[in-house]
Write a protein that binds this ligand. Structure first.
Ligand code: UDP
Length: 329
């Protein structure tokens, strides 16, 4: 059985569906502070007796022990985390406690229960400001906010746990994750939305809602920030390959997950107008604090070592996100 922490969240819920589709049995774990009970209900509906859910918190050791006492876990895929850069600058304590201490509790319990394989959702934010693009895995790691620092600390803890306790990890450093399940069962749903694509689409759905674009004066092709948008289903495929890699090679490793291509915020906005067929109200705001101008992944290592290949385009991601957004209206 595979344990998925953060199974009620955006990326975790897509992972549960993909694993169930491949015939795995899954235990989901989530404290529902960001994730939604409605998402869990959808997963239960789909997974039937192959999906179990435990509501619990990584900060409560007994909650974690309950999982290992009740189920035979072969490996863990660990998504549960807070992940907003801006919030992490305002409230670093929340991020270090939840992300670092919570993960440490999880790793301790894994070692105690002799579960020694973990796939971890890390981030491009561990690199900080890009010194060159595309960013490969050897790029210096100088995270510039507590969110990125918390994820880098966890990666370092995992290296030490490998040396001391033989715990093997594959760390996947995500660039900008986008899109939704093709059947709209799950998708990107944050109570307070801060991400680009859902925010543009919300403005497309509601003509009274203006989309705020942060910064038109960056040193990029059109003055707006450039990001590498990776489709959520492609991203999850890499997690399953990472799991297989851990089973086969039993070694620790780390990979960037992105497409090798960048799109500007304005390009994303224009494509959203095209896909939705709506004229969206646009307001140019000043830069958002902490936003680097350009982030693009070099994904060669994941392709060569994991045999991973992102297949979906930005168009596919926006289209599926749009279908999901409309289904929630
Ligand atoms: N962005 C924007 N308006 C929004 C949300 C995001 O202009 O309402 C911009 C943001 O400044 C950044 C890009 O879109 O340049 C991607 O932001 P997002 O929060 O989606 O992801 P991040 O790159 O911060 O992980």
């Amino acid at each position: 059985m595979i344990l998925i922490t953060g199974s009620a969240g955006y990326i975790g819920s897509h992972c549960v569906l993909a694993l169930l589709e491949k015939g795995y049995e899954v235990v989901g774990f989530d404290n529902l502070s960001v994730g939604h009970i409605e998402t869990v209900e959808k997963l239960k509906l789909y997974g039937k007796d192959k999906f179990k859910f435990i509501q619990g918190d990584l900060l409560i050791e007994n909650d974690i022990q309950k999982i290992f006492s009740n189920y035979k876990i072969d490996a863990v895929i660990h998504f549960a985390a807070f992940s907003l850069v801006g919030e992490s600058c305002l409230n670093p304590s929340k991020y270090y406690r939840n992300n670092v201490v919570g993960t440490l509790n999880l790793l301790d319990k894994m070692v105690e229960n002799n579960v020694l394989k973990i796939v971890f959702s890390s981030t491009a934010a561990t690199y900080g400001e890009a010194q060159y693009v595309p960013i490969d895995e050897l790029h210096p790691k100088k995270p510039c906010n507590p969110y990125g620092k918390s994820k880098l600390m966890i990666e370092e803890i995992m290296d030490d746990f490998d040396k001391a306790y033989n715990l093997k990890s594959v760390r996947l450093r995500y660039f900008n994750v986008a899109g939704a399940d093709e059947k709209t069962r799950v998708g990107e749903w944050h109570t307070t939305e801060t991400h680009l694509i859902p925010n543009v689409l919300k403005s497309a759905l509601n003509e009274n809602k203006t989309f705020n674009l942060f910064g038109y004066d960056y040193d990029t092709k059109d003055g707006t920030c450039v990001r590498d948008y990776i489709n959520v289903e492609d991203l999850i495929e890499a997690h399953i390959l990472a799991l297989e890699y851990l089973n086969k090679f039993e070694t620790t490793n780390f990979f960037n997950l992105g497409t090798n291509e960048g799109n500007s915020v304005k390009e994303v906005f224009d494509l959203c107008e095209k896909i939705t067929g709506k004229k969206i109200n646009l307001n140019i705001e000043k830069r958002r604090e902490g936003d680097p101008a350009t982030l693009i992944a070099k994904n060669k290592k994941a392709k060569e070592v994991l045999g991973w290949e992102p297949r979906k385009t930005l168009y596919d991601s926006i289209k599926s996100a749009w279908e999901y957004e409309k289904s929630r209206k």
